[in-house]
Write a protein that binds this ligand. Structure first.
Ligand SMILES: Cc1cc2nc3c(=O)[nH]c(=O)nc-3n(C[C@H](O)[C@H](O)[C@H](O)COP(=O)(O)OP(=O)(O)OC[C@H]3O[C@@H](n4cnc5c(N)ncnc54)[C@H](O)[C@@H]3O)c2cc1C
Length: 401
């Protein structure tokens, strides 16, 4: 399955997939199932992209690039995953550390109890039920424009303490620069419902993501070339893909950033990056849940205890992964992995130009969170990768492989 660059004859493959993340391996497997010979080119020394995990010396599964939990609505995606791994249902809760207190989020009646104490919380709850209806979910902007002064004060407080600090830190912006439409997404629940996930299924692969990835690429039709940057092998000349200088007529499926492929011709795409600090120790977790966000103070935005998140039955250990945000810079020592695309007018214009250019290349397909420059959760990544494979296999708009 693994190949060295010197042994590889690129023309032996029907398709070359750049990037061994989720998008890349899903496309590879689909093509392999249809008899196509596929080579995955991955720049790191392992596949699994942002979903990479490992088992540490205490037997604890740790997610290297922050917590990953499947939150699914699609039964098709669930069925797809079940071919490759066993899945364990989990229920995750999240708290924000505010004013030295752990406040349940999304904001709900527990949050009010913690922030205001029983008496004021009860009064606010009654008002909220009367105004919006029990069990409902209200956008914070609706509450910020309430005629009731106490409800407005509550909403302003949640806005300042939960929304402003977190997003300013996450996106590297001053509070006044934050897009005013974003807080509309901050829901306030008129109930004690404190579950984080609103989708049908919340699941983790029982044996971890590495195992899942190896199960997906386990096909005689798939080979993998690690430690190889795409641009060391692939080049674009006009409307042709060249591999080591020669025209390549198979399909090239590209899951890495498009600006890099086109030598930043139209400018660099902006990303936020994360630095991950891993701290495993014997002891008890202070936070009430696996995930704690830090909207105020601290440089980090989030800490996740992997033992609790993955429901690992390992007593007496805490395995914290903390995330520190910064501007992505490919030259940076710590912020050199693009985590979240910064979507604004400027970046949309840039990515559209790259996509337009990529669309002129007949046997070239781009897919995934980097190449499409979109935030994709894992469910959306699978769906997008399966759509891409179907297009290639049908030869719909590009050359048949
Ligand atoms: C902190 C964080 C937490 C997340 N948590 C969740 C979660 O809980 N639930 C959820 O559903 N989703 C979550 N996601 C989203 C999830 O990580 C993505 O949906 C998934 O990783 C997308 O896979 P991908 O293959 O498109 O991209 P990636 O995983 O980034 O894979 C791209 C691959 O391409 C390789 N590559 C890049 N450039 C080159 C090059 N020039 N040459 C060769 N190879 C290259 C990279 O090394 C990488 O292996 C999270 C994302 C982040 C950042």
């Amino acid at each position: 399955m693994y190949r060295e660059k010197n042994d590889v004859r690129f023309d032996d493959y029907d398709a070359i997939v750049v990037g061994g993340g989720f998008s890349g391996v899903v496309v590879s497997r689909e093509l392999a199932e249809h008899g196509k010979r596929v080579l995955i080119i991955e720049k790191k020394s392992e596949i699994s992209g942002m979903m990479a995990d490992y088992v540490d010396e205490n037997g604890i599964i740790i997610h290297k690039y922050g917590p990953h939990v499947f939150m699914l609505n699609s039964d098709e995606v669930l069925a797809y995953l079940k071919q490759f791994c066993d899945l364990l249902p989990v229920t995750n809760y999240v708290h924000a550390f505010i004013d030295e207190k752990y406040v349940s989020i999304p904001a709900n009646f527990y949050s009010l109890d913690t922030l205001y104490g029983e008496e004021k919380s009860k009064r606010l709850q009654e008002k909220m039920i009367a105004l919006y209806g029990e069990g409902k979910e209200v956008h914070i902007l609706t509450m910020m424009s309430s005629e009731d002064a106490e409800i407005r004060e509550l909403a302003d407080n949640l806005y300042d303490k939960i929304f402003v600090g977190y997003n300013a830190k996450m996106w590297g912006l001053k509070p006044e620069e934050l897009d005013p439409s974003i807080p509309g997404r901050l829901p306030i629940r008129i109930s004690y419902n404190d579950k984080n996930c609103k989708k049908k299924y919340e699941l983790i692969p029982t044996k971890g993501y590495k195992d899942l990835f190896y199960s997906i690429v386990d096909s005689p039709n798939i080979d993998i070339l690690l430690d190889t940057k795409a641009m060391d092998v692939i080049g674009i000349e006009g409307e042709h893909v060249k591999i080591e200088g020669n025209n390549y007529s198979g399909a090239v499926i590209y899951t890495a950033p498009l600006d890099e492929l086109f030598s930043y011709e139209y400018g660099e795409l902006p990303y936020r990056a994360l630095y991950f600090e891993i701290d495993v120790f014997r002891g008890d977790r202070e936070a009430p849940s696996a995930v704690t966000t830090y909207p105020m103070n601290f440089d980090k935005v989030r800490t996740t205890d992997m033992v609790e998140l993955l429901d690992q039955k390992i007593d007496g250990y805490v395995a914290n992964v903390s995330e520190y945000p910064g501007a992505y810079n490919k030259e940076s020592k710590i912020f050199n992995v693009p985590a979240y695309p910064v979507l604004n007018e400027g970046s949309s214009a840039i990515i559209e130009r790259y996509k337009k250019k990529a669309d002129t290349i007949n046997n070239f397909y781009y897919v995934g969170r980097l190449a499409e420059f979109k935030y994709f959760d894992m469910e959306a990544s699978i769906e997008s990768a399966l759509r891409c494979s179907a297009r290639i296999l049908k030869g719909e708009t590009k050359a048949d492989v």
